[in-house]
Design a protein around this ligand. Structure first.
Ligand SMILES: Nc1ncnc2c1ncn2[C@@H]1O[C@H](COP(=O)(O)OP(=O)(O)OP(=O)(O)O)[C@@H](O)[C@H]1O
Ligand SMILES: [Mg+2]
Length: 284
């Protein structure tokens, strides 16, 4: 449960010191983090940051991959059949997080893509995310709550671009979180993230792909290249070469957007990428 992945988060906006200050009671070294909601477009490192923070602090990391299908039993727990004649109670992730916090003193519960939880499920999170820090377990006639001197840090993420499968975030739930919106990094910062992650890179290719990514973020296409995409494409570059990297860049876009992105790629690199694999047909 405690992450050991050697995660690398590049903090271009000084978010780490901000979170550290938010999490410390003034004049003390008492750790008292507020619920945190990290929002922003896809691929800017929101989920990575949650994992990085937990790994850095060496605290257990429990994650709910939110979706409209998440039910009470996944969060709190529920009764499941055991054999043919009995049932047993299986704890959900929020309950496990409370138990981990009580056992080890601290734990992090990550609610990834929070607005994709149904409004009813969002509502059910209120007692967990305020001073009560508890979940009711009526099925086994009890409740779980975070003990005094123990901390359960609730960190949520929200993709501000993808509305598919998303609901409006309940105002009362939203008000229980401190929100930090992470934007796309400016070009120089984005280049330095990629250099830090990948080491030596082809600077011309990097500059060109960052420029293409910025064009794709102006709202003219239905897809925008993210920092994640740039990491993937710059990883592919030394393996497949420049032309195929540009081909793979164009492949990220839907057929309707391919002309738009190919034109931008041509303007920036003077190369028009192939639109589809058909143009690469090997004669038989
Ligand atoms: N600041 C950063 N530091 C390190 N890696 C980053 C950073 N920003 C983006 N990345 C790269 O992007 C990848 C994806 O990050 P992550 O999955 O956390 O994005 P996200 O914001 O949660 O996206 P989504 O909204 O699609 O879930 C990382 O694995 C890494 O390769
Ligand atoms: Mg994410």
């Amino acid at each position: 449960m405690v992450l050991e992945k050697d995660l690398d988060y590049v903090d271009t906006f000084g978010i780490l010191p901000l979170i550290e200050k938010l999490s410390t009671k003034p004049g003390t070294d008492v750790w008292d983090p507020p619920n945190l909601l990290l929002s922003g477009p896809s691929g800017v490192g929101k989920t990575l940051l949650t994992a990085f923070l937990a790994e850095d602090l060496g605290i257990p990391y429990l994650e709910v991959n939110c979706s409209p299908e998440i039910k009470e039993r996944h969060l709190r727990g529920g009764l499941v059949p055991k054999g043919t004649s009995s049932v047993e109670f299986i704890f959900g992730t929020a309950s496990n997080a409370i138990m981990a916090a009580n056992e080890l003193g601290r734990a992090m519960l990550v609610l990834d893509e929070l607005p994709t939880l149904s409004p009813l499920m969002q509502k059910s999170l209120n007692p967990l995310t305020d001073f009560r820090r508890k979940v009711e377990l009526p099925e086994i006639s009890t409740h779980l709550e975070v003990m005094r001197h123990c901390k359960l840090w609730v960190v949520a993420t929200r993709n501000t671009l993808s509305v598919e499968g998303s609901y409006e975030l309940n105002q009362d739930l939203k008000s229980r979180f401190i929100e930090i919106e992470i934007p796309y990094p400016p070009p120089e910062a984005e280049k330095s993230i990629i250099r830090k992650l990948l080491g030596m890179v082809d600077e011309n290719a990097l500059a060109a792909l960052v420029a293409v990514a910025n064009e794709s973020r102006q709202g003219e296409s239905s897809y925008a290249l993210s920092t994640r995409d740039l990491v993937e494409l710059m990883t592919a570059h030394p393996r497949v070469g420049w032309h195929d990297t540009l081909f793979l860049t164009a492949q990220k876009f839907s057929a309707e957007d391919r002309t738009f992105i190919s034109t931008r790629i041509r303007d920036i690199t003077t190369i028009t990428p192939n639109h589809s694999l058909v143009s690469r047909l090997i004669p038989t």
